[in-house]
Design a protein around this ligand. Sequence first.
Ligand code: FES
Ligand code: FES
Length: 206
Amino acid sequence: VTAVTRRDLLLATAAGTAAVALKTAHGQAADNGAGEPLLLSGEVPIELRINGRARAVILEPRVSLLDALRERLDLTGTKKGCNQGGCGACTVLLDGRRVLSCLTLAVAVQDAEITTIEGLAKGESLHPMQEAFVEHDAFQCGYCTSGQIMSAVAVVREGHADSDAEIREWMSGNLCRCGAYNGIVAAIRDAAPRMMAQARTGETTP
Ligand code: FES
Ligand code: FES
């Protein structure tokens, strides 16, 4: 008979807890052996519609959309800057409208179509705004760039890209620590007519 020490028991318990945490940390619908989702205390199963795909995930109701995207669904293109609504790095589109995903609860947006930077390109073809950012060197470190591009797409769709001053005003919620603002404004000015042309020919824009 093998004696089970208190240390063995604690290690086994810790390993088991870690295994459960690992399974659920990545949004996998782990089951309890009876085919039902394994829920830890306070977690709920939800479904999000992201970039045209339904994604099931289990999380606590307090989890932000930003953390759900990055930590549970491996969609790390959306960046966490301040995590308190001050920088715009986490901008995504909800039904085409821009929101700060760090201030949005994932459970509250189950009815919306969520578009992230990963959903802008069509296969190998970049979105006109992505192309324009590349052409105008509108980034340096790139950390703010996905939020800038998502906001920029919305600014054009909102009809707020008629002048440099207007673009600067309506992009003022997106900060760039590298100071790439001149390139960003030039990119938006350039991409706006391309987006309009796409809309006229029936190509969809997010
Ligand atoms: S990370 Fe959301 S606004 Fe800064
Ligand atoms: S490119 Fe570095 S923060 Fe904007």
